[in-house]
Design a protein around this ligand. Structure first.
Ligand code: ADP
Ligand code: MG
Length: 456
C-alpha cells in the first residue's frame, strides 16, 4: 500500500493491466508480480486459455483474478461473466476475498457459493447481479439446477486447484457444470500438480492454452524443515514441548484423520494450549469460526487434516508440525507450504515413527535431498534407518537453516517436466466439502498405505 504503491505500478503495469486494476493491486499491498503472474497474466488478458502449474503459495489467485478483472471492468452485465471453481469453502472464501481487494476500484461484484450453509443468502446475492462467482462444484450445480444461477453469460471459467478437485471426486460435477457454460469462453486452469487425470481434463477443456509450469517440488527456500524421530506414544509429549517454545507463536498441526485432529485439539486445550480443530466433520459454521479464531490469534494452534487445510493462506504461521506424516510426498510440500509463505521464514517439523520409513524414502526421493534431522532431548524412538544422517542440531529450532545439517540442496530452480509424486494414488479422500458430488467413482482410496484409516 504505502511505500509499495510506487513500485506496484511498474511490474504489474507491464502486464497489460489498466490503472483501475493497478490501484486495486496497490490496495492489496502487492509490490511486484510473482513469477506465475508475470508468465500468465498477459496471455490471459489477451483472452487466451491458460494452464498454470505452480506450487501452493506462489500467487496463483491473482494470476487468474487480475486478468478477469481487467477483462470485465469495462462494462457490467446482469448475469455473471466469470466463474471460479475451487474445491473447498475455505479456498473459495479466500479467493473471493483476494479478488474483492483487487477489484476495489472496479465496481465489480464478487460472491461466493458453496454448500454446508443455507442457500438463502446465496440466492439473495445472486439476485443482486454479481459479476464474478467463486464457488464449490456441488452447490454451484445445485443452484444452477434450481434456476438461481445463470451460467449462459460466463466469459471466463477458472478451475483452481484442479488436482485437488480431482482428489475430492468433483470431476463429474464439474463436467456437468461445463455443459451449462457457453462454448465460446476463456478457460484458465490452475493446479499445483499435474497428474495424468488432470492432464486429461486440461486437454478436454482448454483450447490451445498458454502453458506455464513452475512446478518446483522443493518447498520454498524460506522454510526450514526437519524431522524428529519419536515413538508413536511419545508424540503428544513432544508436541507439548515444541508448542511451549518461545518462538512458537502460532502453529498448524496436521493429523492423519479427522478423529485424531479432534481428539488432539481437545487434549491440547486441556493441557492449557489455545488449540482448535479444523476438520471435515465440523459444520461450516464451526470451521469458519476456527479459521477466523486462528487468523485473529484467539487460537494459536490449529489442528487440521489435509483436505480442509490445503491451500489455506494464513500469514505468518511460525510452525507447521506434521504430527502424523502425510500420505504422500507431495502432500508434504503442500503442508509445509503453510509456513514460510510470502517470503516469511517458517519452521516445519515432522514427527517420524519407525512405521514411516517408506514415506521418508519417497519424500526424500522427490526432494532430491535428505531432510534434516532434529533430535529433541529425551525423545528418541530408536528409529534407525540405515545410512540416515543422525545429526544432533542442538537448539537449532529458532535458528535459520543450518547448512551443515543434512544436505539441503541449494535452490534447484524450476524444473519443467519433472515427474512428480509417484505415490499420489494413496492420497485420495472421501471428504466432499463442496456440498455434494463428492463421491469418486471407481477409485479405491488409501489402500496402498497398509492399515491407515482413509478418512482425513
Ligand atoms: P496459491 O494460490 O498459488 O497457493 P495465493 O494466490 O494464495 O497462492 O498467494 C499466496 C500469498 O501470496 C497470498 O497471501 C497472496 O496475497 C500473496 N501474493 C500473491 N501475489 C503477490 C504479489 N505479487 N506480491 C505480494 N504478495 C502476493
Ligand atoms: Mg490457490
Amino acid at each position: 500500500m504505502t511505500p509499495a504503491t510506487q513500485g506496484a505500478g511498474q511490474g504489474f503495469a507491464e502486464l497489460g493491466l489498466s490503472d483501475t486494476i493497478l490501484q486495486g493491486i496497490s490496495f492489496a499491498g502487492f509490490d511486484k508480480p510473482r513469477p506465475i503472474q508475470v508468465q500468465t497474466i498477459p496471455a490471459a488478458v489477451d483472452g487466451r486459455d491458460v494452464l498454470g502449474l505452480a506450487q501452493t503459495g506462489t500467487g496463483k489467485t491473482a494470476a487468474f483474478a487480475l486478468p478477469i478483472l481487467e477483462r470485465l471492468r469495462e462494462h457490467r452485465k446482469a448475469r455473471p461473466r466469470a466463474l471460479i471453481i475451487a474445491p473447498t469453502r475455505e479456498l473459495a472464501t479466500q479467493i473471493a476475498e483476494q479478488t474483492r481487494a483487487l477489484a476495489r476500484h472496479t465496481g465489480l461484484r464478487v460472491i461466493t457459493i458453496f454448500g454446508g450453509v443455507s442457500q438463502r443468502m446465496q440466492t439473495g446475492a445472486l439476485r443482486r447481479h454479481p459479476d464474478i462467482i467463486v464457488g464449490c462444484p456441488g452447490r454451484l450445480l445445485d443452484l444452477h439446477d434450481q434456476g438461481y444461477l445463470h451460467l449462459d453469460e460466463v466469459e471466463t471459467l477458472v478451475l483452481d486447484e484442479a488436482d485437488h478437485m480431482f482428489d475430492m471426486g468433483f470431476l463429474p460435477t464439474i463436467r456437468r457444470i461445463l455443459k451449462q457454460l457457453p462454448k465460446r469462453r476463456q478457460n484458465l486452469l490452475f493446479s499445483a500438480t499435474m497428474p495424468p487425470d488432470i492432464r486429461g481434463l486440461a486437454s478436454e477443456v482448454l483450447r490451445d492454452p498458454h502453458q506455464v509450469e513452475l512446478a518446483i517440488s522443493q518447498p520454498a527456500q524460506t522454510i526450514d524443515h526437519a524431522l524428529i524421530a519419536v515413538a508413536e506414544d511419545r508424540k503428544r509429549d513432544l508436541l507439548d514441548r515444541i508448542l511451549r517454545r518461545e518462538d512458537c507463536r502460532s502453529a498448524i498441526v496436521f493429523t492423519r484423520t479427522k478423529h485424531r485432529a479432534r481428539r488432539l485439539a481437545d487434549q491440547l486445550w486441556k493441557g492449557g494450549h489455545k488449540a482448535i480443530a479444523l476438520q471435515g466433520n465440523m459444520s461450516q459454521n464451526a470451521r469458519d469460526k476456527a479459521m477466523q479464531g486462528f487468523r485473529d490469534g484467539q487460537y494459536q494452534i490449529l489442528v487440521a487434516t489435509d483436505i480442509v487445510a490445503r491451500g489455506i493462506d494464513v500469514q505468518g504461521v511460525a510452525y507447521v508440525i506434521n504430527y502424523d506424516v502425510p500420505m504422500t510426498a507431495e502432500a508434504y510440500t503442500h503442508r509445509i507450504g503453510r509456513t514460510g509463505r510470502a517470503e516469511l521464514a517458517g519452521q516445519a517439523l515432522s514427527f517420524l515413527t519407525p512405521a514411516d520409513k517408506r514415506w521418508l524414502k519417497a519424500v526424500q526421493k522427490m526432494l532430491g535431498a535428505e531432510i534434516r534431522r532434529h533430535k529433541e532431548k529425551g525423545f528418541d524412538s530408536g528409529y534407525n534407518e540405515r545410512n540416515a544422517p543422525q545429526q544432533v542440531v542442538a537448539g537449532a529450532f529458532g535458528k535459520k537453516k543450518d547448512t551443515k545439517a543434512g544436505p539441503p540442496r541449494k535452490k534447484r530452480g524450476p524444473e519443467p517436466g519433472r515427474k512428480r509424486g509417484s505415490r499420489r494414488g494413496a492420497a485420495r479422500s472421501g471428504e466432499s466439502p463442496g456440498g455434494g458430488g463428492g463421491r469418486r467413482p471407481g477409485r479405491k482410496p488409501a489402500g496402498k498405505r497398509g492399515g491407515r484409516p482413509r478418512s482425513r
